[in-house]
Ligand binder design. Structure first.
Ligand SMILES: [Zn+2]
Ligand SMILES: [Zn+2]
Length: 263
């Protein structure tokens, strides 16, 4: 297969395949009410109507935004010398370091784009769509306004690999796929509504399971980062997660809030 097609087909399959298989799994356990004791918001589930609405919007985004973006991304990586040879992988230590670097870059960019999207005017116009899910479920992870889909969901994920390629540090297509697989698993888990103990990668890295982002959806006013705690801690936007409080229903006030700025 030509490099362009390998990049386009393989990357699309990793992103969309992981996402939809993950969504199908979480939706199935939601409907069967399996693992109910691990639910963060006890006995609260997104409705089927919400899930179907989200599925329609996400499919549109994937077809009309994600696929064209991936098609156009290939020339950039090719120009920057991406390694497309599966006989020539970087050493394992380099793969591990690159993945940690991608996480740090994504976490930083996601923190700031996400936090800026909580400014009242941008929240009303853009980010409110994502927050229709007060009780998140896996499909909510990509349910967003198209501008958010590009600026907060897509660009921060690709920024790390572009930087590694730019620095000439052996950016391998297979490593890009591993990274995208981890990122999709993390965001599915973060929106799943379940706090599974020891679930990789969210629990392992974030240290608090899916609770921080679940709290973000029910409280609106903190926990803006994706993988790590540090930016929320440094900038005073971390919500303190109390297991019992997390299971409470969100208040009418938090449900109706349009946006809460964090100072
Ligand atoms: Zn938000
Ligand atoms: Zn979210």
């Amino acid at each position: 297969m030509q490099e362009h097609m390998l990049f386009f087909v393989g990357t699309s399959l990793v992103l969309m395949g992981t996402f939809w298989i993950g969504v199908a799994f979480y939706n199935w356990i939601d409907r069967k009410k399996l693992f109910a004791r691990h639910k963060i918001q006890a006995n609260r589930y997104a409705s089927e109507k919400q899930v179907k609405k989200a599925a329609r919007l996400i499919l549109k985004h994937q077809i009309f935004i994600l696929l064209p973006l991936l098609f156009l991304t290939y020339p950039l990586f090719a120009q920057l010398g991406m390694n497309f040879s599966f006989q020539d992988w970087p050493p394992v230590w380099m793969i591990a370091l690159q993945i940690v670097f991608f996480m740090l870059v994504e976490d930083f960019l996601f923190y700031w784009t996400h936090r800026i999207l909580h400014r009242p005017n941008l929240y009303k116009k853009i980010h409110k769509v994502h927050h229709e899910f007060v009780t998140p479920t896996a499909i909510a992870s990509l349910y967003a306004h198209p501008i958010e889909f590009i600026v907060a969901n897509s660009l921060p994920v690709m920024a790390g690999p572009v930087l590694v390629a730019l620095f000439g540090l052996n950016m391998h297509l297979g490593v890009l796929w591993i990274w995208l697989f981890i990122r999709v698993l993390e965001t599915l888990d973060g929106h799943s509504g379940y706090n599974f103990r020891l679930w990789f990668p969210h629990k392992l890295i974030y240290g608090a399971g899916a609770k921080p982002h679940d709290e973000h959806h029910s409280k609106f006013n903190g926990n803006f980062a994706s993988f790590f705690h540090h930016w929320d801690r440094i900038h005073g936007s971390e919500l303190v997660v109390k297991p019992r409080a997390a299971a409470k229903k969100p208040t009418a006030q938090s449900r109706d809030a349009d946006a809460v700025s964090v100072s």
